[in-house]
Ligand binder design. Structure first.
Ligand code: PLP
Length: 432
């Protein structure tokens, strides 16, 4: 306990001022039975807390820090931008440059609008889909998280799953009455719903690779079917690539699976650790947004110079040859190592990975294909693992229903250390 003395003192004060002491629920670490650790600074793949302890970081700020912390190219771009002023509420060249990079890399995006968070991106994309199609309903998948806007708080993943709550008070029934949520990877139910309601469904929104119930891979043919049926019913397909965008590759999941959605939502990595989101897609649809069209959406700080500087610099580094191969190789090392050690020590778990994102589901040996499967994993065991790893200086997400990310800054030495920590944690788990 001495180890986190200052963190605990800060948290006590925080609880008197901020609901639950945190500005985003999962950070409170309630579900893993801990009080939160306060971070002082980050450097490459390490975090340093208020008491001077260090941790190898696999949360990467929930995705954005794909380069690790304080990457010199990002730091110098942000510093240069800061010295020129922090916000003008007028167009700047950096917005155009970030938009150009997004359009260049993400196959389905012809035009893009920058916003300040992933939530804003999905919220705006849904408004656009409704405005464009003249239809009301939206279809999502259980356990997928699309930010905290009213329409999406139905069987949502991430913090909602962690806290085990069905939705949220304060969301009017009339609003969620227009949201249909069905199991991921269930082709039969999906087809039935599209037959039944497709002509009233403005959009199907999906994480092409869900990461907010832990990482779940789409079955062969599932995304293809969603694309085919949405076209048939004049329903827009929205890929929420807030996590997978620039994570699975420069072109995200749509490039990997070679399927083009009508609209794409981005966030996290494209802000390089500053608040940025984006939504984009076919020109004909995007042109419906004000001021070129009638569908309203705006933002005082949208396209902010510091945030766009960080985003551009992050993408510039990701464009260097071999970066994604390196990210993937490190993630593979870690996943293979963990699977091997778990087997050796008789720990029941399954590791699910794509590119540099993965989840180790405890208490399961068969593949997790949907939210129901994910909920059957052993969250108690995950919590014990989480605490054991934290005590050994490894920073994992404080929930079974989240992803672990590897960063460009992660060293092989750090991976080696992590695997040793995991081995000793597994031994501790088994001995109880
Ligand atoms: C994080 C996330 C969001 C919400 O983004 P915020 O920036 O937290 O508002 C939306 N969709 C997905 C898939 C996410 O992972």
């Amino acid at each position: 306990m001495q180890r986190n003395l200052l963190s605990h003192r800060f948290f006590e004060k925080a609880e008197t001022l901020i609901p639950g002491g945190v500005n985003s629920p999962v950070r409170a670490c309630k579900s893993v039975g801990c009080r939160p650790v306060f971070i002082e600074r980050g450097d490459e793949c390490y975090l340093y807390d208020a008491d001077g302890n260090s941790y190898i970081d696999y949360v990467c700020s929930w995705g954005p820090m794909i380069l690790g912390h304080c990457h010199p190219h990002v730091v110098s771009a942000v510093t240069e931008a800061v010295n020129q002023g922090t916000s003008f509420g007028a167009p700047t060249w950096r917005e155009v440059k970030l938009a150009e990079k997004i359009v260049e890399h993400v196959p389905s995006i012809e035009k893009v609008r920058l916003v300040n968070s992933g939530t804003e991106a999905t919220m705006s994309a849904i408004r656009l889909a409704r405005g464009f199609t003249g239809k009301k309903k939206i279809l999502k998948f259980d356990g997928c998280y699309h930010g905290h806007a009213d329409s999406f708080l139905v069987k949502a993943g991430s913090g909602i799953a962690t806290l085990g709550i069905p939705g949220s008070p304060g969301v009017p029934e009339e609003i969620v009455a227009n949201t249909i949520s069905i199991p991921f990877n269930d082709m039969v139910i999906f087809q039935q719903i599209m037959e039944q309601d497709g002509d009233d469904i403005a959009a199907v929104i999906m994480e092409p690779v869900p990461a907010n119930m832990g990482v779940v891979l789409p079955d062969d043919g599932f995304i293809e079917l969603v694309r085919e049926k949405t076209i048939q019913h004049h329903t827009l397909l929205i890929f929420d690539e807030v996590i997978t965008g620039f994570r699975i590759g420069l072109g995200g999941a749509q490039e990997f699976f070679r399927i083009l959605p009508d609209l794409t939502c981005l966030g996290k990595i494209i802000g390089g650790g500053l608040p940025v989101g984006a939504y984009g897609g076919r020109e004909e649809i995007m042109e419906q947004i004000a001021p070129s069209g009638p569908i309203y959406q705006a933002g005082t700080l949208s396209g902010n110079p510091i945030a766009t500087a960080a985003g551009i610099a992050t993408i510039e580094v990701l464009e260097r040859p071999g970066i994604y191969e390196e990210l993937q190789e490190k993630a593979d090392c870690l996943a293979t190592g963990l699977t091997e050690l778990a087997k050796q020590h008789g720990i029941k778990c399954v590791n699910q990975r794509i590119a540099s994102m993965m989840t180790t589901f405890f208490g399961r040996t068969s593949t997790i294909r949907n939210f129901r499967d994910a909920l059957e994993s052993d969250t108690e065991m995950y919590s014990s693992f989480y605490r054991a790893m934290l005590a050994r200086g490894v920073w994992l997400a404080p929930s079974q229903f989240e992803a672990a990310f590897t960063s460009v800054a992660l060293s092989h030495e750090a991976i080696e250390y992590t695997l040793q920590a995991a081995e000793s944690a597994f031994i501790q788990l088994r001995e109880g």
